[in-house]
Design a protein around this ligand. Structure first.
Ligand SMILES: [Zn+2]
Length: 214
């Protein structure tokens, strides 16, 4: 199972980079997702499940590389990107980009709330709405490393997490704060480590591919 698919590979070596919104973050890729999978001996078709934290373009940019995989996402997220435009132009642009990048996957599993993916407690999708209506995080139980939570965009940095800061782009502030609190509770319950996916300072200290946690 792959968690999120990142920025579209077409951005690789593009000096202009790629962004979800013209004036937001510009991403530059130094290697493709396909190359990263190859580093651990995998091809895209070896991936049977792709779980999506939420539908922002920097998280689903390569979903099209996995036409045979089952796409796991929250029903609320799927419904949201197919709902009429709201009052906020930025959010509407992100929804349109989401529809384009997601396309129409052959196999989808739309879920509602927390879901134990394999039925053995090893991988649990955790509903954390607020950043988008159907955002989720991922709780992984590893033999030697214990519980690790992959944030999705429930929070973007350690500082925001400590100070309960909600980005202006989030679709629901109250839900965002409740979801951060849910993650805090899970950290306490499971003595879990939180990997904040957009926090470069933290990510630079983690084991990265081809190294791994087991
Ligand atoms: Zn996002």
């Amino acid at each position: 199972m792959l968690w999120d698919t990142g920025v579209p590979e077409s951005a690789h070596n593009d000096p202009g980079g790629w962004s979800t919104l013209p004036k937001l973050i510009v991403y530059h890729l130094d290697r493709t997702l396909t190359d990263q999978l190859a580093e651990v001996g995998l091809k895209p078709r070896d991936i049977t499940r792709v779980a999506i934290s939420h539908t922002h373009g920097d998280h689903i940019g390569n979903t099209g590389l996995f036409p045979t995989a089952t796409i796991l996402m929250q029903q609320a997220e799927y419904s949201w990107i197919h709902s009429p435009n709201g009052p906020n132009d930025n959010v509407n642009q992100l929804m349109a980009l989401a529809r384009k990048l997601l396309g129409t996957p052959a196999n989808m599993r739309l879920i509602d709330g927390d879901t134990d993916v394999f039925g053995d407690g090893s991988v649990t999708l955790v509903s954390t709405p607020g950043h988008t209506p159907g955002s989720q995080s991922l709780l992984v139980h590893l033999k030697n490393s214990g519980f690790i939570i992959l944030s999705g965009d429930v929070v973007h940095s350690e500082e925001n997490f400590e100070r309960n800061i909600v980005p202006s782009l989030n679709t629901n502030k109250v839900e965002s704060i409740a979801s951060m609190e849910k993650i805090r509770q899970m950290i306490a319950t499971y003595r879990a480590t939180l990997f904040i996916n957009h926090d470069k300072k933290q990510t630079d200290k983690l084991k990265l591919l081809p190294a791994f946690y087991d």
